[in-house]
Design a protein around this ligand. Structure first.
Ligand code: NOJ
Length: 511
């Protein structure tokens, strides 16, 4: 019998607003006086990371090569030819990192387990005891310091052997391998870990790997790109289908990346397009896990391309989550492409901040040359604090106010700003303003139980390498020393200026 606890679907949503949010600030933003005590008793405040992005030690103590170790070695895959071989060297410095978390006063830490460190050959080989010991030490030391471990089982990395044997998530065989991995984690860590999420952002992971080819296994077809193999229209649907079933077979939680969208114009067709964009990104993952099937909007538009669930699968999926996790960063405009033509030549859509998405919607962070919010280091992410409230309300309404966690929210300084680590006042402003909107959503009834800053420290940002900086801590490139940014000081103060530091959990579930 698996011992699992609460579950969490984390979805990141970009929210798009019709009004010019970048220039007109609402009263929430003008007067940001956000305090920890504005949040409910027991609300978790944490920071998040993931294994490949920080651990390093890529070939140490029995860990096998994973999909990213291999992908990073393909010329041209990653900006500046970078990789996660050493990353932040967290594998060797985890104690220092836990001390940092403790000094900040975090009540929770969200991290992921490296699949290839624990099961180097998936279910085709044994458990690597050194890998289990590593995560045991992390979990035990977190708990000793009163920090709740919030564990993601699969965050983008899997043993390369599973890529070679199954072709990654395109194959239903990955479902069984994932279940084996999840059960290995529950068996070894489930006595102490109460919060598990199964898969981080399956929607984004599928799009990057099988649509735009920016993540391994880098498959795609025009107009998304010219890869040797792939089908960008269909393969993301198949990969997500397999991940949903893998999730449902393993546990009660998953993490979804969800964008929020706002219509580009007042036109009814654009309003419909914004709703469609939400359905094709957020509800794509959440509807099956709450209602047992894909959203009606997707079924209407996809026809036979959309895989179908058997009735047994529908029952397995239905209500297979206890919590919804939201990774929220930004908002985009949505423009209808059914009733009007979307002028979007392939290169500008995919390389720039605009891109076509499924659902006959064209999304963009730009309207008439004005961005929806301040740009960041990531082309698709703009600072739109109000989007936090909108996405939380969308999820609250569509899923009958199921408990939520904001499992990621973070700011990456534009790459040209290399003073980020000395003076990151923009990051502080970002978190204060997003938190202010979150607090308002909670005051208006949304059942949100926690908030995690992405990220504890600067780290390997996938295909973008190390240039985008999301961390509260800067990593000195020559010494790998952790240097607190102003935002780390702000977060520590925010967390200590409260009478509500007592963390209690009432939502533990055993299966
Ligand atoms: C969400 C992903 O979970 C994480 O891996 C990534 O670094 C952040 N977004 C920032 O892009």
């Amino acid at each position: 019998m698996k011992k699992i606890t609460s579950s969490c679907i984390s979805s990141s949503f970009l929210i798009i607003l019709l009004s010019s949010i970048s220039t007109v600030k609402s009263s929430v933003e003008q007067n940001i006086d956000i305090k920890r005590s504005d949040f409910p008793h027991g609300f978790l405040f944490g920071a998040a990371t993931s294994a490949y992005q920080i651990e390093g030690a890529f070939h140490e103590d029995g860990k096998s090569l994973n999909n990213w170790d291999v992908f990073c070695r393909i010329k041209g895959s990653i900006a500046n030819g970078e990789n996660g071989d050493i990353a932040d060297d967290h594998y060797h410095r985890y104690m220092e990192d836990i001390e940092i978390m403790h000094s900040l006063g975090l009540s929770a830490y969200r991290f992921s387990i490296s699949w290839s460190r624990v099961l180097p050959r998936g279910k085709f080989g044994g458990v690597n005891r050194a890998g289990i010991m590593f995560y045991n030490k992390i979990i035990d030391n977190l708990i000793l310091r009163g920090i709740e471990p919030f564990v993601t089982i699969h965050h983008n990395d899997y043993p390369q052997e599973l890529g070679d044997r199954h072709g990654g998530w395109l194959s239903p065989l990955m479902q069984e391998d994932f279940v084996h991995f999840a059960e290995t984690c529950f068996k070894n860590f489930g006595d102490r870990v109460r919060y598990w999420t199964t898969i981080n952002e399956p929607n984004l992971f599928a799009e990057m790997g099988y649509e735009s080819a920016t993540f391994p296994p880098a498959r795609c077809s025009p107009p998304f790109g010219n890869c040797a193999n792939g089908n960008s229209d269909i393969e993301p649907l198949i990969a997500v289908h397999n991940m949903l079933l893998a999730h449902a077979k393993a546990a009660k939680f998953i993490v979804v990346h969800a964008y929020m969208y706002t219509p580009l114009t007042e036109d009814e067709a654009d309003k419909e397009a914004a709703k469609r964009a939400l359905a094709f990104n957020v509800a794509w993952i959440l509807d099956p896990l709450v209602f047992g099937d894909y959203p009606p909007e997707m079924k209407r538009h996809h026809g036979s391309e959309l895989p179908t669930f058997s009735s047994e699968e529908r029952s397995l999926l239905r209500d297979s989550i206890d919590f919804i996790g939201i990774n929220h960063y930004s908002t985009l405009y949505a423009k209808d492409c059914i009733h009007s033509s979307c002028i979007c030549n392939d290169s500008s859509c995919i390389q720039g901040s605009d891109r076509p998405i499924r659902g006959f919607v064209y999304t963009s962070g730009d309207r008439d040359g004005v961005t929806i919010g301040e740009p960041t280091a990531m082309a698709q992410l703009f600072v739109v604090p109000r989007g936090m409230e909108d996405i939380v309300n969308y999820v609250k309404e569509r899923y009958n106010n199921k408990p939520m966690f904001v499992t990621e929210n973070g700011y990456s300084s534009p790459v040209s700003k290399n003073d980020d680590y000395q003076n990151d006042v923009k990051r502080i402003h970002f978190h204060k303003s997003y938190l202010a909107y979150l607090a308002r959503a909670i005051r208006n009834g949304a059942d949100v139980r926690g908030y995690f800053i992405w990220s504890l420290m600067d780290s390997f940002e996938w295909s973008s390498g190390y240039a985008p900086k999301f961390g509260l801590y800067h990593i000195d490139p020559s010494t790998l020393n952790r240097i607190p940014k102003l935002s780390a000081g702000w977060y520590g103060d925010f967390l200590s200026n409260s009478t509500l530091v007592d963390v209690k959990f009432s939502n533990t579930v055993s299966m």
